[in-house]
Design a protein around this ligand. Structure first.
Ligand code: PMP
Length: 373
């Protein structure tokens, strides 16, 4: 019997995965790629050298498993947060994994799972729902205002009281809208979540270094059910490294160890991340440039007649379009790849280098003229 036309659904996979699509931002080979919120600047050469040095050192010990608890790396991450986050944390408050996606997965494996649910306020980061599905956690789509994409505290608290989720995701700045959430809102939702269950509140701060507002990290103090997750993929310009981390009460760090795979963070990853953290100040200089470029994109898009959502991230949501996918294609035809996140009427562009942003702005200005001609 030929098995050449066997597909996923012919396999004995879990029912909830049948007919579903994997996460898949298109990776197209076009001149200007502004679609996955990456940092456009390659790592500076002295850092590349330092990574090579550290990795060479690590290579000598690759016959052994890596430090399972990533002590040196977690200590360096704690020092970074203490220096920049207006709140002092130690090694015991930090956990690291392969991207914040793995951090989120470990949190859902620990606090979600079969018979449990998680809520996010959508549109938001689609992987929260996808990782929930992958871990057998039920997903609840909570409300978000559809004019400015802020979270309405009353409506969101009501959703928490009604559904009594086990995990609450608050993304700030939010992807794909760019919207930041204030501390009062997080505190109110945390309160609602504790009354309803109590449940774990995850503040996803993947983009916080680009924000006009300070990190919500100090909110973990005295709140063992509140976790802040962060990443080196954006501000540190190291998406290829795959290094995410969380800051929380030490009990949360102990809890995720119940599900983490032994030796999940390779010695090469740990060595590379440590090298990057040595160059924190240089890397964060690019953040300042990107914030300026983000603000320029907002201003120029508005001047060109587009609607733009306030952004605290390294990307900008712009619209509105009757046919956002058609618009996405027209921008792509001009050599610029932006993101259609499936939010009706809106597209998202990542802040790139000034030249890349100029190419994008030229394309959308031209399209505006065509529309009004
Ligand atoms: N959270 C948010 C809000 C994101 O947008 C992303 C990446 N797009 C992540 C987490 C995951 O990032 P990483 O796994 O690269 O740390």
């Amino acid at each position: 019997m030929s098995t050449s036309d066997v597909g996923i659904d012919d396999l004995p996979i879990r029912d909830e995965l049948r007919g579903k699509s994997p996460y898949g931002a298109p990776q197209l080979d076009v001149p200007v790629q502004l679609n996955t919120n990456e940092n456009p600047y390659p790592l500076p050469e002295p850092l590349v050298e330092r990574i090579a040095e550290r990795v060479r050192e690590a290579a000598r010990g690759l016959n052994r498993y890596p430090d399972r608890d990533a002590v040196e790396l977690r200590t360096a991450l704690a020092a970074y947060l203490t220096r920049t986050g207006r709140h002092s944390v130690g090694l015991e408050n930090i956990w690291a994994a392969n991207g914040s996606n793995e951090v989120i997965q470990q949190l859902l494996q620990t606090f979600g799972g079969p018979g449990r649910t998680a809520i996010g306020f959508e549109p938001s980061y689609s992987m929260h729902g996808l990782i929930a599905r992958g871990t057998g956690t039920g997903w609840i789509s909570g409300p978000r205002n559809d004019d400015d994409f802020t979270i309405d505290v009353v409506a969101a608290s009501e959703a928490i009281a009604t559904h009594r989720p086990d995990v609450v995701f608050i993304t700030s700045p939010n992807n794909p809208t760019g919207t930041a959430v204030d501390a009062e809102t997080v505190l109110a939702l945390h309160e609602a979540a504790q009354q309803a269950k109590p449940s774990l509140v995850v503040v996803d701060e993947a983009y916080v270094e680009f924000s006009h507002r300070p990190s919500l990290l100090p909110l973990i103090e005295g709140r063992p059910n509140l976790v802040v997750s962060r990443t080196m993929s954006k501000a540190f310009g190291a998406a290829g490294l795959r290094l995410g981390y969380l800051a929380a009460h030490r009990a949360v760090v102990d809890a995720v160890q119940l599900v983490r795979l032994p030796y999940h963070l390779s010695a090469v990853t740990q060595a590379t991340a440590l090298a990057a953290l040595e160059h924190t100040d240089t890397l964060l200089k690019y953040v300042e440039q990107l914030k300026e470029e983000r603000d320029r994109l907002v201003a120029e898009l508005r001047a060109a007649g587009y609607e733009v959502t306030e952004s605290d991230a390294n990307f900008v949501q712009f619209g509105r379009f009757d046919d956002s996918h058609g618009m996405w294609q027209k921008i792509l035809d001009r050599g610029v790849l932006v993101r259609d996140n499936g939010v009706p009427g809106w597209l998202r562009v990542t802040a790139g280098t000034p030249e890349e942003n100029d190419a994008f702005l030229d394309a959308v200005r031209e399209l505006k003229k065509e529309q009004s001609a």
